[in-house]
Design a protein. Structure first.
Length: 224
C-alpha cells in the first residue's frame, strides 16, 4: 500500500478528491457543489460564466465520463485513476473533470488581504521565481501565450520539490508527466468568452483577484 506522500505524487493534491469521487446510482460520479455561490466570484468571473462553465461544461464532462466508463475496466476507478490510465475520449473527459474541480476549488470571492500565499510558500516562490510579482508575470505569460485550448499550471516536482510553471494543451494534466499540480488556469475560450470575449489577458488579470491561496498552500504542503 502506498504511503500518503507517494499517493499524493501519483494522484495529485485535489483537496476535494474524496468528495468528487463519491458515486451515486449506477456507480456514477455526480456533480458536486462549488465551495461558493455561483455569483460569488463576480465581477471577476460572472455568475453567467459559472452557470455555463460549472453547470454545463463540468457537468457535461462528468456525464460523458460516466457513459464512457460504464461496463469497462474503469467502471470502479477514481477520476484520478481514469485520467492517468485511460486513453482517448474517456481520458479527455475524466481529465477535464479533474482539471475543472482543481481550478474551482482554488478560487474564492475577492478578499483584499488574501491576494498572496502565506509566508512559507511565498518563500519557495521567491526562491524559484525571484519574487511574487515575477511569478505572477511568468504564469500570466504562460496563460496568455498558450496557443489554442489548455491550461497554465504551477507544479512542484516530487523529488526536488522544485516549483515550475508549465502549459498543457486540451485536457492534459501535469500528473501524467509526474509533476504535482498546485494551481491551474483554464484558458479554453469557454472559461472567459462570455465575460471578456477575446481578451484572455483581462481574464488572467481577473483571476489573480480571486485565487484561494490558502487552498494552494494546503496543496503545496501535501505535496512537499
Ligand atoms: Fe473549462
Amino acid at each position: 500500500m502506498m504511503n500518503t506522500t507517494s499517493q499524493n505524487q501519483a494522484y495529485g493534491v485535489l483537496l476535494s478528491s474524496n468528495t468528487v469521487n463519491a458515486r451515486g446510482d449506477n456507480n456514477a460520479f455526480q456533480l458536486q457543489p462549488l465551495p461558493y455561490t455561483q455569483d460569488a466570484l463576480a465581477p471577476y468571473i460572472s455568475e453567467r460564466t459559472i452557470q455555463f462553465h460549472y453547470g454545463k461544461h463540468l457537468a457535461g464532462y462528468i456525464e460523458n465520463t460516466n457513459k464512457q466508463k460504464a461496463g469497462t475496466e474503469f467502471e470502479n476507478k477514481t477520476i484520478e485513476e481514469i485520467m492517468l490510465h485511460a486513453g482517448g475520449s474517456l481520458f479527455n473527459n475524466a481529465a477535464q473533470v479533474y482539471n475543472h474541480y482543481f481550478q474551482f476549488e482554488a478560487l474564492q470571492p475577492h478578499r483584499e488581504n488574501e491576494a498572496a500565499p502565506c509566508e512559507r510558500m511565498m518563500e519557495a516562490i521567491r526562491k524559484e521565481f525571484g519574487g511574487f510579482d515575477e511569478f505572477k508575470a511568468q504564469f500570466t505569460q504562460a496563460a496568455v501565450t498558450l496557443f489554442g485550448s489548455g491550461y497554465a499550471w504551477l507544479t512542484v516536482s516530487p523529488q526536488e520539490k522544485k516549483l515550475e510553471i508549465i502549459q498543457t494543451h486540451n485536457a492534459e494534466n501535469p500528473l501524467k508527466d509526474g509533476k504535482i499540480p498546485l494551481l491551474n488556469l483554464d484558458v479554453w475560450e469557454h472559461a472567459y468568452y462570455l465575460d471578456v470575449q477575446n481578451l484572455r489577458a483581462k481574464y488572467v488579470e481577473n483571476f489573480w483577484k480571486i485565487v484561494n491561496w490558502n487552498a494552494v498552500e494546503q496543496r503545496w504542503k501535501k505535496a512537499v
